[in-house]
Ligand binder design. Sequence first.
Ligand SMILES: NC(=O)C1=CN([C@@H]2O[C@H](COP(=O)(O)OP(=O)(O)OC[C@H]3O[C@@H](n4cnc5c(N)ncnc54)[C@H](OP(=O)(O)O)[C@@H]3O)[C@@H](O)[C@H]2O)C=CC1
Ligand SMILES: O=C(CO)[C@H](O)[C@H](O)COP(=O)(O)O
Ligand SMILES: [Zn+2]
Length: 341
Amino acid sequence: MINQVYQLVAPRQIEVTYDERSLNSDRVVVRPTYLSICHADQRYFTGSRSAEVLAKKLPMAMIHEGIGKVVHDPSGTFAIGTLVAMVPNTPSETDDIIGENYLRTSRFRSSGYDGYMQDYVFIKSDRLVEVPADLDPEVAAFTELVSVSVHAMTRFDQIAHPRRETFGVWGDGNLGFITALMLRKLYPEAKLFVFGKTQSKLDYFSFADETYHIDQIPEGVSFNHGFECVGGIGSQYAINQMIDYIIPEGTMALLGVSEEPVAINTRMILEKGLRVYGSSRSTPADFARTMELYQLYPDIPAYLSNLVSGVFQIRQIEDIHQAFESDLTNRFGKTVMEWCM
Ligand SMILES: NC(=O)C1=CN([C@@H]2O[C@H](COP(=O)(O)OP(=O)(O)OC[C@H]3O[C@@H](n4cnc5c(N)ncnc54)[C@H](OP(=O)(O)O)[C@@H]3O)[C@@H](O)[C@H]2O)C=CC1
Ligand SMILES: O=C(CO)[C@H](O)[C@H](O)COP(=O)(O)O
Ligand SMILES: [Zn+2]
């Protein structure tokens, strides 16, 4: 069959390409239904990555957050019509120690490898996780982003000392909201502090014990463990502020992506004996855990619906441009695309 793939060929230039695909393979065929835009996609769309990176990664179909319906499954794992979340990480080897999302040989959709802006996604059955039928599809669309936070929680649990009485989350955007929400649910007894730049965004974090503007942090604020969810050059300020306020021997998870190297106060990391670790992307197990958490705590998807800030029906390439341009002007929340191509 001929599959239409909507590729970014240059910044702000999307073109359709035609890909000959066989149904006689082990791949499940998924018709995308709801997709969501990540910052990583915007960095390609706007051309804010370096010329070298763009030359290496384009052309490619963007989008690595999305769900769809199974239309063909030679493995017999999924009934036709099953709603599934697609896992963008695609490993080609296994390792006893190194997670599949950290193996340098793994490929990641919409990062130099076609993402979900296609008529049909051909994908291995182990990269699919069933979506509960009653889950709001606009929330389900960004399951991948939630699974990134869930993955960070698992890493935290393995790395951090057992005193988990207080948490600090830097970042008053999507990832900060999701990470703070997960901490609230997984550590309900702990005190949760969120640090951000904009009061109207911090107001969304109604489940936190305290929210602080980063320029007005009161004397005496401290916490056991921190999560950086800022990214960009702002992450430099966030990481250094976290180093200042964290209690010695705490852990600091870095989740924000920065294009430029950031300067951090290593002297205080040493003096406080901090453990700083990166957390990136996620695995099918993190997606499955996310779905379990949605069922265990139905208020999680209810809170997440606050993040849906724009929904665009995509019928032609121009609609993709409109969704991406609108997302750029969006102060808070996720842009969802109903895929009607
Ligand atoms: N590790 C991973 O696998 C993943 C990483 N990411 C990355 O995470 C980062 C955040 O993504 P997302 O939440 O969607 O982006 P958002 O823009 O929604 O959130 C970032 C927020 O941090 C705020 N901010 C800026 N500087 C500071 C500061 N010094 N202290 C506290 N808050 C600050 C921003 O405010 P303002 O806008 O006013 O500057 C913004 O509200 C991005 O770099 C993204 O690429 C995303 C997905 C997965
Ligand atoms: O969004 C992400 C995962 O959900 C990450 O930011 C993404 O993996 C980064 O990819 P790239 O190297 O292409 O910017
Ligand atoms: Zn992403």
